[in-house]
Design a protein around this ligand. Structure first.
Ligand code: WQD
Length: 341
């Protein structure tokens, strides 16, 4: 069966394509390479010995998008990753984020409707919850104001899909809300390739450890948590990837009760920044150069998932823990240096 993956040369997209190919899907990958590296296709082939069909097009170009979707209207589904995802950049350039993330989604949905492509899996985020009052976060946790334009584009995207689903019973949708994706494929042949200075904790840790960055600043250790640093639900990217394959199969098998289902993708375990650093030091056998600095604006104190819905409905289970994630991230950082990526 054929599946279209948008944003497929990106971090989570490339890992998901590996999982899909390993489950014998034929993959059509669409990406404009604006925030990713074409090397991902090479890494995918090295791991799976299979090549996705690749289209370098911008999904904000409606005609180009409709042309590719028409060409592959026999696809069983679309997994839509393509979006800009830097929280900080979205605060500085909100119009670019609203235009890119929403126009691209609209064009894909218009194409789905035009060519009756039946199944849609949307890359959403735990950031749609805003500063959640209750922990762990469930799919019914009330949605609060987004903390950034990036998070707001994910809230808007979910609303667009929900309203589309209400009046279009042919299409079946799943929204996957990721917590904090980390790590890399165990082969160290694909992983996250930060375009500029990393925003997120784990690439910041590995770049500090390898000497690309001088030191890591821990943004605050005076929070009301067990060790004073913020708590997050760090989930291995391969566990996230497998959840996409299972979500698509769930729709293909028509196991969904409504045509717009939501699932949290997290481990269910909260890990603090200092605990994440300790896990990295343990698996890498490297002492990390970090200092404690001031809190970062916009950070929530703690957020982690209740993932029972995804476990039960999708028959999905996390195979990796924080130490596996840190080791794979470190191995990938070393491989990037070798590949000069
Ligand atoms: C994690 C923790 C920081 C860097 C982001 C997006 C969210 C989602 C997941 C897409 C925080 C601390 C970080 C550093 C630090 N992405 N930190 N020093 O902010 O939880 O979530 O990624 O959907 O939308 O917002 O991830 O990795 O930036 O931060 O102390 O140099 O690490 O304060 O507590 P975050 P992060």
């Amino acid at each position: 069966m054929k599946v279209i993956v948008t944003g497929g040369t990106g971090y989570i997209g490339s890992h998901t394509i590996v999982d899909l190919l390993e489950h014998n899907f034929e993959v059509i990958c669409i990406d404009n390479l604006s925030r990713s590296n074409k090397y991902a296709l090479e890494g995918i082939e090295k791991i799976t010995n299979k090549k996705p069909t690749f289209y370098n097009i911008d999904l904000c170009d409606r005609n180009a998008t409709l042309k590719v979707l028409q060409e592959h209207k026999d696809a069983v589904g679309i997994i839509h990753f393509a979006a800009l995802k830097s929280v900080g950049e979205s605060v500085e350039k909100p119009l670019m984020y609203y235009a890119n993330n929403i126009d691209s989604l609209l064009n894909v949905l218009i194409g789905m409707k035009s060519f009756s492509i039946p199944n849609f899996v949307f890359s959403s985020s735990c950031s749609v919850y805003g500063n959640a009052d209750e922990l762990p976060v469930t799919e019914n946790t009330p949605i609060k104001n987004a903390e950034s334009p990036y998070a707001h584009t994910k809230q808007i995207g979910e609303d667009i899909i929900r309203n589309f689903a209400t009046v279009n019973p042919i299409q079946q949708h799943i929204l996957l809300r990721y917590f904090n994706p980390v790590g890399a494929h165990p082969s160290a042949l694909i992983g996250e390739i930060p375009i500029e200075k990393p925003n997120n904790l784990v690439p910041y840790i590995t770049q500090t450890a390898i000497g690309k960055l001088d030191e890591l600043t821990v943004f605050g250790n005076d929070y009301n948590t067990r060790d004073g640093s913020c708590v997050r639900d760090y989930i291995h990217v391969c566990d996230i990837a497998n959840a996409h394959t299972l979500a698509l199969q769930f729709l293909i098998d028509k196991k969904n009760k409504t045509n717009c289902e939501v699932f949290n993708l997290g481990t269910g375990n909260g890990v603090s920044v200092l605990e994440a650093i300790a896990a990295f030091e343990k698996v890498s056998n490297k002492k990390l150069n970090y200092t404690i600095g001031p809190r970062r604006a916009g950070d929530v104190v703690a957020v982690y998932a209740d993932n029972t819905r995804a476990q039960q409905a999708l028959n999905w289970n996390c195979k990796y823990n924080i130490e596996d994630a840190m080791l794979s991230a470190w191995n990938w950082e070393n491989k990037m240096q070798e590949l000069k990526l």
